[in-house]
Design a protein around this ligand. Structure first.
Ligand code: C5P
Length: 232
């Protein structure tokens, strides 16, 4: 993986597989990662992943399923993900250190594995909503979850742009941060609460930005992607 420069992950969150594949086809010559989330994966399954790999075997794929279960079930699921040949997937840090460690131990038996990230605080949470679930403010809990993930051997975390610098300072500069909630040039926030622009993400040394609606709802998604790539 190229370290040092920020990478763009485009979320394939469209209502149909055809539309997602059309978007992927439009982006085939662009240096982007593609993110497959719950909606697309539940609807279209592994065949969808294979269809993307067939469009361009060099596409980097981030499987965003945010696993959360007992340690053994998470490790079993992680092993099934190995068969899909994706480049990155994620689990919830709140599943606990034992769960994260069990996943990493299980994957350590493979010669090559995808990057594994832990979700800290979903970017859709505001302070009050987060407090109600976790009994903590977002920043301190995100730091705690990130430290747990780092100590459990994960490669990085999903967090908001506002937590990236503090997490790197607490863990390691090479500990990857991936940030959704990006509104590249200040577009509407939709249901995201803690949004940031590409420039802010770059300033906070984020490794991956995830952009969904601002790309796929645009009249010309490839043009938006090109505009973002020029800013990285
Ligand atoms: O459309 P938008 O740019 O808000 O899409 C963000 C994408 O990132 C969605 O696919 C969403 O599920 C995902 N995501 C997120 N917050 C997280 C983790 C993933 O918004 N903490």
């Amino acid at each position: 993986m190229k370290r040092g420069i920020m990478e763009l992950c485009v979320a394939l969150d469209l209502p149909t597989q055809e539309e997602n594949l059309e978007l992927a086809t439009t982006l085939t010559s662009h240096d982007v990662w593609l993110k497959i989330g719950l909606r697309s994966y539940i609807r279209d399954g592994n065949a969808f992943i294979h269809a993307i790999q067939a469009i361009n075997p060099n596409f980097k794929i981030f499987l965003d399923l945010k696993l959360y279960d007992i340690p053994n079930t998470m490790a079993d699921a992680a092993e099934s993900i190995m068969d899909l040949h994706v480049d990155m997937f994620n689990i919830h840090a709140s599943a606990g250190k034992r769960a994260m460690q069990t996943v990493m131990e299980r994957l350590s038996t493979y010669p090559k594995r995808p990057l594994v990230l832990a979700v800290t605080a979903l970017t859709s949470f505001d302070e009050a909503g987060f407090q109600a679930v976790y009994g903590s403010d977002i920043a301190s809990k995100a730091d705690r979850f990130a430290t747990d993930a780092y100590e459990s051997g994960l490669d990085g975390v999903v967090c908001s742009v506002f937590e990236s610098a503090s997490i790197k300072a607490l863990t390691h500069q090479n500990f990857v941060t991936l940030t959704p909630g990006i509104r590249p040039f200040g577009e509407a926030a939709d249901d995201q609460k803690r949004v940031a622009t590409v420039a802010m993400a770059k300033q906070e040394s984020v490794n991956f930005i995830v952009v969904g609606r601002p790309v796929y709802q645009a009249d010309d998604p490839a043009a938006v992607v090109e505009k973002i790539l020029r800013k990285l």
